[in-house]
Design a protein around this ligand. Structure first.
Ligand code: AMP
Length: 198
């Protein structure tokens, strides 16, 4: 099963991806997590990405295309993967199609979580409160300024991906404002019909 989750920051992509990794035994490939790991390791990529990420802007397509392509080749992705936070621009989607074609792989589904933008800032504030209460470390881009910037980046660069995948006939939309279990059930329904069609 190979799928992409689309949706703005705070839409619940990460939550749903985590549930699916358990159900299907496939990894969640979050470019945000991979980049944060690179920053923590202070690798070359991490050093190049840090300032851009802290400002809530997008890291270059070149960097993310390469880390995703490499990851897809790893044994843990043999049964498939869930892309969370990638592609984030139409050029990344075009690059991904080429990367998959070169590896002889196909996508099974592109699922968009639709949410009310006013709820997003609140959801991200809750994520910060919950993380702090659990004694965890808050993401350096989960602050009001960077969140606003991330939403602007989403509207300008990522929202056009919906039209892109609608035009390829791959887009499926789910109401991301529904309770978590309802969203999961709807996603499972989409995936069941994708497997039946494969
Ligand atoms: P996320 O955890 O998905 O919210 O990503 C956190 C940050 O990592 C984003 O605000 C970007 O700076 C960077 N990032 C993650 N995925 C991508 C991507 N596909 N393209 C460009 N930048 C990305």
């Amino acid at each position: 099963m190979r799928l992409i989750f689309l949706g703005p920051p705070g839409a619940g992509k990460g939550t749903q991806a985590k549930l699916l990794t358990e159900a299907y035994g496939i990894p969640q490939l979050s470019t945000g997590d991979m980049l944060r790991a690179a920053v923590a390791e202070q690798s070359d990529v991490g050093k190049r990405a840090k300032a851009v990420m802290d400002a809530g802007q997008l890291v270059s397509d070149e960097i993310v295309n390469e880390i995703v392509s490499d990851k897809i080749d790893s044994p843990e992705c043999a049964k498939g993967f869930i892309l969370d936070g990638y592609p984030r621009t139409v050029p990344q989607a075009v690059a991904l199609a080429r990367i998959l074609e070169a590896k002889g792989l196909k996508l099974d589904a592109v699922i968009e979580l639709k949410v009310d933008e006013n709820a997003l800032v609140r959801r991200i504030e809750n994520r910060v409160t919950e993380t702090l209460a659990a004694g965890g470390k808050v993401r350096s881009d989960d602050n009001p300024e960077a969140v606003k910037k991330r939403l602007v980046e989403y509207r300008e660069k990522t929202a056009p991906l919906s039209d892109h995948y609608a035009s390829t006939g791959q887009l499926q939309t789910v109401d991301g404002m529904a309770p978590v279990e309802t969203v999961t059930a709807e996603i499972n329904r989409i995936l069941a019909s994708a497997s039946a069609a494969a």
